[in-house]
Design a protein around this ligand. Structure first.
Ligand code: ADP
Length: 403
């Protein structure tokens, strides 16, 4: 099945065309800083994925997607000769609230419920919905599926998802923990089960998605029972530019002291904190690691804090699971940084997570799923590559094939 995967963010568009039978991508598209004056969209086709750049200055994310569909239909190098050859569309949706607990075929009822979820992710969901509407008009006979970041966490019990706030906030505004990165955690858990050669339903796993954003999930018998992100992706770990969990009273304190508006405070917590806020250098872990290794004290502190918070989260999930078979590392930092993995697991050996320093090295191993703990480590440590687009394509195929 030819599945077009559409991942539309507030100012970005990622898309792939995936042939799900062979599990291969034949087109990859990326556009960032959409809406600005010097925005470009790259489109690359198999087999060599040579990028062609398109000027998308001033276009919206929806218009950008329209342009991509034109290129897909018209470009002689495109793997399809018209967009009517797209069998299904898989849309990544950030927030599904309590309306969606699994991937869903978008009919009129589902589309109406998607609108109700917009207030839960006001930067992301409305753009994704607008893309869905545009494609429903343009390709009315092509089935569309919504795959939610939150759906995997729908199995969390109330003690994990409720906040100790007045009850009315849950009833009136649906304020509760939803989690995120669900597609990645589910995929990482399944990949780890394959790697360990055991059924997922028999395993207790702690999956760590450590990228620009970061979250850790306790996966018991294949189900998420708790995760570090909450009502929004701001809760939990320290991240590239997000603070993660802090004393909530700090927010009102700063707003009073400095007369900040809600939007300004939102920006401070989401865009100016985390690794960037502490290091003062940037949010890219590679740069901060380099600076720390050159003696920059704030960079070193940022990494120390980052590692400490990851260790605490892994430890707390170890505490709530009846058994832990493996810790699974994935996403940009989790997959690629041997140094950070070494620092994280240096503090966890007493819990039975014992890293093999040679296996942990990355040379020749990037993109390869593998076990990096010593042979008799009571709890295994795995590295798996996340592939969000492939996972969305496969969920879309499953759902559409059942119709
Ligand atoms: P996103 O959440 O935006 O999808 P990614 O999963 O691509 O993010 O992760 C991006 C992060 O991974 C950045 O902080 C980047 O510095 C980090 N990263 C990528 N490669 C390495 C590496 N070799 N060493 C350390 N950090 C890395």
């Amino acid at each position: 099945m030819q599945v077009l995967v559409v991942n539309a963010g507030s100012s970005s568009l990622k898309s792939q065309l995936i042939e799900t039978d062979g599990k291969v991508a034949s087109m990859k598209c990326l556009a960032e800083k959409v809406g600005t004056d010097n925005a470009f969209m790259s489109v690359a086709f198999a087999p060599d994925f040579q990028k062609t750049m398109y000027n998308i200055a001033g276009l919206s994310v929806v218009q950008c997607l329209q342009k991509l569909l034109e290129v897909l239909g018209d470009d002689p190098e495109s793997p399809i000769s018209g967009i009517d050859q797209i069998d299904a569309i898989g849309n990544r949706i950030v927030a599904g609230g309590e309306y969606f607990t699994k991937a869903t075929l978008i009919d009129d009822e589902a589309r109406a419920n998607l609108t109700k979820c917009e207030e839960l992710a006001p930067l992301h969901n409305p753009t994704a919905d607008a893309c869905i509407d545009m494609m429903r008009k343009l390709m009315p006979n092509t089935p569309q599926v919504a795959v939610f970041d939150t759906a995997f966490h729908a199995t969390m019990p109330p003690k994990a998802y409720m906040y100790p706030l007045p009850w009315s906030y849950y009833e009136d505004y649906h304020i509760r923990r939803y989690g995120a990165h669900g597609t990645s955690h589910r995929y990482a858990a399944q990949q780890a089960a394959n790697l360990l050669g055991r059924p997922l339903r028999d395993l207790g796993l702690i999956t760590c998605h450590l990228g620009n954003g970061g979250s850790i999930t306790a996966v018991n018998h294949g189900k998420s029972i708790d995760t570090t992100m909450g009502f929004t992706p701001l809760e939990g770990l320290m991240m590239g530019t997000r603070s993660g969990s802090i004393d909530p009273a700090i927010v009102t304190y700063i707003m009073r002291r400095e007369g900040k508006t809600f939007d300004e405070m939102d920006e401070i917590l989401n865009k100016k904190s985390g690794i960037l806020g502490i290091s003062g250098l940037g949010s890219d872990m590679r740069d901060v690691l380099k600076a720390a290794n050159n003696g920059n004290e704030r960079a070193e502190l940022a990494i120390d804090m980052y590692v400490y918070k990851v260790q605490k989260a892994i430890g707390s999930y170890y505490a709530i699971m009846r058994r832990t078979d493996a810790v699974v590392m994935t996403a940009g930092i989790g997959e690629n940084s041997a140094e950070l993995r070494e620092r994280i697991f240096a503090g966890l050996a007493h819990m039975g997570m014992i890293l093999d320093k040679d296996r942990n090295q990355v040379e020749g191993a990037i993109g390869v799923n593998r076990v990096i703990s010593i042979d008799d480590s009571p709890i295994k440590i795995c590295v798996v590559t996340t592939d969000e687009e492939m996972r969305i394509a496969r969920e879309t195929d499953n759902l559409v094939s059942q119709q």
